[in-house]
Design a protein around this ligand. Structure first.
Ligand code: PMV
Length: 325
């Protein structure tokens, strides 16, 4: 069968996904909302081959085995089941963003894999079906299938838990300036983190209030209202980290440089510069701002002690099929 190549962008959540109501199906405890990151991508080629005894995975030129390969094979099994075929596949994947830069590659990786693998197996799935499939690899990957500003409705079952675009990439010229404070691999990955979210006494309150935060964030995006976006995005990030810090075992992702960046961003905003922060399951700080201010924000971030580098991304489009390279 012909190899197929797909490309997908990572995304940064404005309203975070943390905790599952069903770990196996990756049905989230709450809905979430994100922006795709243009310029950063995973490009993945899948070819099903009758001669292969096992699935093979090559990431950035290195053959990968163990849990990462098992996670890929799990998704390929879902595709084989749907296509009623049993050939093993060769999966060749590349990220154009630095490994260990602390930007989650699982979202772009499983979105690109879902699209490339289904097409390579002869399936022509809708965006919704692809989003549901990507979700099974990594929850946030379902948000990297549609383009622009994307909402993942939590749903109650495999069928109704998927993501869709609420506005295209050109709706609002925002940028994400990612302050890299640590290139180290995170100690506790998100899959383990989701599984202990419920141990925090704060998680129930965070989940109960999520529809309100989603409404505020959605409205801020649709109205291009940066002030409203800034307050709800920072509140949501702080609430997720409060849950992380109070779960057992406790998860502390912030480092002193992360806190220094967050403090600076708050003071810039008090002085009238539109910028706000959000932090995922790591120490790096994503600073959102209007695209026109990105250069200025990036150079200010570089001056903060402990900031090693800054990557800047605009709003990205959907996962797509590309020419085989
Ligand atoms: O998709 P996962 O399992 O890597 O979880 C993502 C979790 C956060 O990045 C912290 C939040 C989010 O919504 O992206």
């Amino acid at each position: 069968m012909e190899p197929v190549t797909a490309l997908a962008h990572p995304n940064i959540a404005f309203i975070k996904y943390w905790g599952n109501r069903d770990d196996e199906l990756r049905l989230p405890s709450n809905g979430s909302l994100s922006m795709n990151l243009d310029g950063l991508f995973t490009r993945t080629t899948v070819s099903f081959q009758p001669s292969l005894p096992l699935d093979e995975l090559i990431i950035n030129g290195h053959e990968i085995t163990g849990p990462a390969l098992e996670r890929v094979s799990f998704m390929l099994d879902l595709v084989r089941g749907a296509a009623k075929m049993n050939q093993r596949a060769e999966v060749i994947s590349e990220n154009n963003f630095p490994a260990g830069a602390g930007i989650a590659s699982s979202a772009s990786a499983f979105a690109a894999l879902a699209l490339a693998a289904t097409r390579a197996a002869g399936l022509d799935w809708s965006e919704r079906e692809l989003s549901r499939l990507a979700r099974r690899g990594s929850g946030s990957a379902c948000r990297s299938i549609p383009g622009g500003f994307v909402e993942w409705q939590a749903g109650t079952s495999d069928e109704d838990s998927f993501a869709f675009s609420i506005a295209p990439a050109d709706h609002w010229a925002l940028a994400d300036c990612i302050a890299i404070v640590s290139a180290a691999h995170k100690k506790t990955g998100s899959t383990e983190g989701h599984a202990i979210a419920e141990t925090s006494p704060l998680q129930a309150a965070r989940v109960a209030d999520a529809p309100r935060r989603l409404d505020l964030c959605r409205a801020a995006i649709l109205n291009r209202d940066f002030d409203s976006l800034a307050s709800i995005v920072e509140l949501d990030s702080d609430m997720m980290h409060a849950v992380m810090m109070t779960s057992s075992p406790a998860l502390h992702y912030w480092q002193s440089a992360s806190i220094a960046v967050m403090e600076s961003v708050r003071s810039w905003r008090r002085d009238g510069t539109p910028a706000c922060y959000t932090v995922d399951a790591g120490a790096n700080v994503h600073v959102l701002c209007p695209e026109n201010d990105a250069q200025e924000i990036a150079s200010r971030l570089r001056e903060i002690d402990g900031v090693k580098d800054v990557l800047t991304a605009r709003v990205g489009g959907p996962a797509e099929i590309v020419e085989n390279s």
